[in-house]
Design a protein around this ligand. Structure first.
Ligand code: G3P
Length: 228
């Protein structure tokens, strides 16, 4: 499962990447409005980071027509290079822009997806990813995880290489259920990352190890006990 962090702040991306095996990061217009640094500064930092690490960079177009979206996608790809994936909203103009981008060799994630059919048409149009907003689907009274499972099944049955990158999570359980249903990628807000790996039983057991070890070996470490 590909793992992305959903944030604009490059220092947060780097901090998370120190502990978690992320494949890159995703942004969107709302996320940029919350950024601590000016967007041009962030864009330069993204390019440097992507060039150094191979991390994928997802940036969403802000145009409203297919032509505007396509022009922006070309400019963004020209700047970021091979690690770039353009995010195009699942609106009618966006579906035309998807095909223009794919003809131009620009990887595409169709985003702001809330239904199986939006995802299917995007996959048919050649999208590399579709990004369903799991919690938004839940909030509408549907089941976000089930909707993603249907996308994964439909893409597999239809032979579409398109990947589902789940987005908009409130709980680790949502992410777990996506992994179980074969969702190929998720993008997660920074606040959820520590919760991915936290478990009280692990904390308690490690504390127990430390206690009995220090009672037996004092402050010696295991490497101190290697034969001289
Ligand atoms: O990538 C989409 C994500 O940023 C939406 O998150 O918190 O608005 O549901 P949220």
């Amino acid at each position: 499962m590909e793992l992305y962090v959903d944030i604009a702040d490059i220092d947060v991306i780097k901090a998370i990447a120190q502990y978690f095996p992320i494949d890159g990061f995703t942004t969107n217009p709302k996320i940029f409005t919350q950024a601590k640094q000016p967007v041009p500064v962030l864009m330069a930092e993204y390019k440097k980071y992507a060039d150094e690490t191979g991390a994928k960079v997802f940036v969403q177009v802000t145009g409203s027509t297919a032509a505007e979206m396509f022009e922006q996608a070309k400019m963004l790809q020209s700047y970021f290079g091979a690690q770039f994936v353009v995010k195009i909203p699942a609106v009618k103009e966006g579906y035309q822009a998807v095909r223009l981008c794919k003809q131009a060799g620009i990887p595409v994630a169709v985003t702001v997806v809330h239904s199986m059919m939006q995802a299917l048409v995007a996959a048919k149009a050649g999208a590399d990813y579709v990004a369903p907003y799991v919690s938004h689907i839940d909030n509408m009274g549907a089941d976000g995880v089930s909707c993603v499972a249907e996308m994964v099944t439909a893409f597999r049955n239809g032979g579409y290489p398109c990947k589902v990158i789940g987005a908009s999570f409130r709980t680790v359980d949502q992410i777990k259920n996506l992994a179980v249903c074969g969702c190929q990628a998720v993008t997660i807000a920074p606040a959820l990352f520590d919760a991915l790996i936290a478990h009280p039983a692990t904390t308690e057991s490690v504390k127990g190890f430390d206690k009995v070890w220090s009672e037996t070996f004092g402050d010696k470490q295991v490497s101190d006990l290697l034969p001289k």
